[in-house]
Design a protein around this ligand. Sequence first.
Ligand code: NAD
Length: 484
Amino acid sequence: MTPDLSYPDIRMRIADRWRTGADGRTLPVLNPATEKVLGEVPLTGAADLDEAVAAAVDGFAAWRDTPVARRTEILHAAADLLTERADEVGRIMTLEQGKPLRESRGEALRVANTLRWDAEDARRAYGRIIPSAPGTLLSVRREPIGPVAAFTPWNFPAGSPMRKIAAALSAGCSIVIKASEETPGTACELVRCFVDAGLPDGVLNLVFGEPAEVSAHLIASPHTRLVAFTGSIPVGKLLASAAGAAMKPSIMELGGHAPVIVCADADPIAAARRAAAAKFANAGQVCTSPSRFLVHASLVEEFTAAFVAAAEEVVIGDGLAEGVTMGPLANDRRLAAMEELVADATARGAKVACGGFRLDRPGYFFAPTVLADVPDDARVLAEEPFGPIAPVVPFTDLDEAMRVANSLPYGLAAYGFTESAATAERLVRGLEAGILSINHCGGSVSEAPSGGVKSSGYGREGGTEGLDAYLVTKRVSHLLEDGR
Ligand code: NAD
């Protein structure tokens, strides 16, 4: 069957209208599997942003005072629409981002559940009554923080925006979100679900633009109360500084360089197969992707062979095609980065166990790559690869492996493989990471928090912690009777 290559008209959503930017600027959106232009994304100017913020202020006033039961009903209706539309949302996501349809559709369904979970959790954003003096009512309330400014990247075109939209709206906040200009179609489809579900105008505003211009404007606006960002560490530091200068809290979900420690007592084949499945998901463009493989020397040969076998089973191609398990990289920047990292590692003595090259065809395709005998000074061991490269490094002493694992400024995800509960506990206590998985490399879930330590950021998305950044705590003491 010929795939459907139609792509929607991209518009921003400001207040009650789908519209282009006032000054008519646009950027092309590319299909990374073909390098062909899919459409044009409109860009905001300062006046559009002011309108978006004004809409969010009005939207907040209306949404905050909407009964929680009604808010929940609307959010569930949006989640149901997204579930119904998962095939179409997935198709658009694959066209603009490249990941295989199965992953895109799965992402749409998963984020519908994130929305349901946050919506339900917000119904339990309880305050408390504190014992106090007679005639005095001392209480603590949790209130929505106010209009949120959010910025999301291109690797999870539905997942990243929904994490922020779901938490903000569930908490009773409004939001102006700048989703990625490289994957705007998915963001429009998400917003369409909320509009069709009856969300009041102005509660959810979607813009695209020149990222630095948009973030500077929105963060400086006196009306935005929280800055939420997912992306690279350098940009995160920039936005966190701007938020700090404006005395606004921020939540930062930044990069990682996740170590995988395969201990001497682990099953090297099972570890390799699980790690490889996670490594090549979304072509490795995942902030929690396993990306440094520290393997006990006694297992390294078997582990590497099994990893290579798994890499060779990957079916690479256009994500719309039947049977494809890994699509192209999302943009030419990642392709160039992969080529540089492999060239640097091999120049320093690493061996290419498989892959290591760009595919000779249109599109940003890079072969699943395993590097063996990678020396300590190779850039790929220090820089987040954010692509399908797996560097393998042997170790003999677990404490030394943990020291290496903790030696980078990153602290997002970490993985350990061991049959021993005591060794697992050593890893849990010793590894500096916000997310730790033992004997698997599974992804995030709605009901548990995700986030980093060290330069990987702060704040948590998901779980009961996921609403914390979007709520403020108010202490209320009420003197009921005078003169006692
Ligand atoms: P980049 O650092 O230029 O951009 C990262 C994201 O931040 C993009 O979505 C971009 O639009 C946005 N951005 C850039 N400057 C901004 C600004 N001044 N204000 C607001 N937003 C801004 O890099 P890139 O080439 O798009 O991505 C490469 C690197 O980014 C990867 O190597 C990876 O480290 C990181 N990244 C991380 C995640 C994540 O989930 N944590 C997602 C995507 C990219």
